[in-house]
Design a protein around this ligand. Sequence first.
Ligand SMILES: *[C@@H]1O[C@H](CO)[C@@H](O)[C@H](O)[C@H]1NC(C)=O
Ligand SMILES: *[C@@H]1O[C@H](CO)[C@@H](O)[C@H](O)[C@H]1NC(C)=O
Length: 476
Amino acid sequence: MAPPWPAPRLLLLRRLPDALAHFSLLLDEVLRLVDAVHHQGDSINKSVVAAMVVDGLCRERRIEDAWRALEDMRLRGWKPDFVAYRIVSEGFRLSERAEEEGRILKQKRKLGVAPRKEDYREVLLALVSGRQISDAKEMAEAIVLGDFPIDDDVLNLLVCSVSEVDADAAIMFCKFMIGKERFPSIQMIVQLCEGLCKNGKGDEMWEMFRVLLDKGYCTSERDYHLVVSFLGKAGKVREAYDVIKEIKRKKLDPGISSYNSLMVALCRNDLLRPAKKLWDEMFTSGCSPNLQTYNILITKFAEIGESEQVQQLFDHMVLKGVAPDSTTYTSVITMLCQENKYEQAEEIFNKSVAQDPKLASSVLTVFVIALCKQGGFKAAVGVMSSLPSNIESFNSHVILLKCLTDVEEIEMASEHIKWLRRYCSSAFQNIMNELMASLSTSASLQPVRKLVCYLHSQGLVNEVGPWMKLIEDDYA
Ligand SMILES: *[C@@H]1O[C@H](CO)[C@@H](O)[C@H](O)[C@H]1NC(C)=O
Ligand SMILES: *[C@@H]1O[C@H](CO)[C@@H](O)[C@H](O)[C@H]1NC(C)=O
């Protein structure tokens, strides 16, 4: 249902107390304004307006004015409800004015009316859909802190929106809901936790999950995964591990996704011994690592140069029949190249060729770049000249030739060009065109000139071809 009040008008109502403060309007004036707004066809319940006005005043620490407004509005027949009275009594309580607080509470019992959930619901939904999130938040705080009724769907929606602007308020709403023995929606948990991660509020997150777990929130592998992955993301690895233990104590299966989430978190925090322990634990629990698990560990060990571990993991996965993917291959090959173990890298590359030519083609590009970066030009030329014909290698040839030119390995470059002309005659012209295009953006044209002159002297490029344009200056 569309909210009956347009958001701008609501905003006006919320801003009245500001107007009071900043333009020194008289309270009387403001109330007349509210009446005017009201007469223009709004169906907004005046009890709600009363609560908004006093809330705004109290937030400006203008408690006396709030009280006066409350009285005025009551006399105008606006029927301030319990929410409005509570806001003002809280204002006095916070300023340690117990006597006034008591008087308001007495009035509340005598004159106030019970708040109508539906009316607040409409206002809150209108504020949220009008993206007036902090106004919605303040209104909802008045309700929640006073322990007044509010629907779960409104709370879920509020938490989702408020998480972006105020993680503490969002968690307060969430706790309120849990305290009422009601469970937040998955979407609410996701949005809230993302907000908490962004704001470094891992402790608050854990506190919330602890309560949810104790109340039996998680019933499926998926629910637990949500908890474990967010704890991991927030760096709460010990807690995430405790949750896994708890799942097992309940004789449930944590599932591979939870293990992987924790593994990612351990690796990200350089906790490699616990990571290895978790790895062993997976086997003893009968949960075999999958491709993702292998990749998490291989990427990490490759990054820190633990080549033995990487090799072992790679062999292990092949042995277990888990097919490596491009992440696996590129991590392993890049690491081996960095250690100048070109032959081992080529062996691994050959495995990708045997596995899947398309995969091998993308791995090849990374392999050539890694070899060139290390200065392994000979090895790179060797690899590129012994490829099976079903491997798409166009880009890799261009990359290799550009590298060779840039480091002025002119002879090697032209040898490779000759080889291409001979053995890849159908792709030759396209490779040369692409090479020219990429060379024209080289920082220094000197090596390019050298290459073109050399190619020219070998009769590999035409006198008038576009290649000569690259070096026209030389003849100018
Ligand atoms: C507004 O809500 C109050 C309760 O909070 C109720 O007593 C009153 O009748 C409502 N007014 C209208 C116009 O619906
Ligand atoms: C990889 O495969 C190519 C082509 O089949 C072969 O020539 C080369 O020797 C192999 N390299 C290694 C290190 O096994």
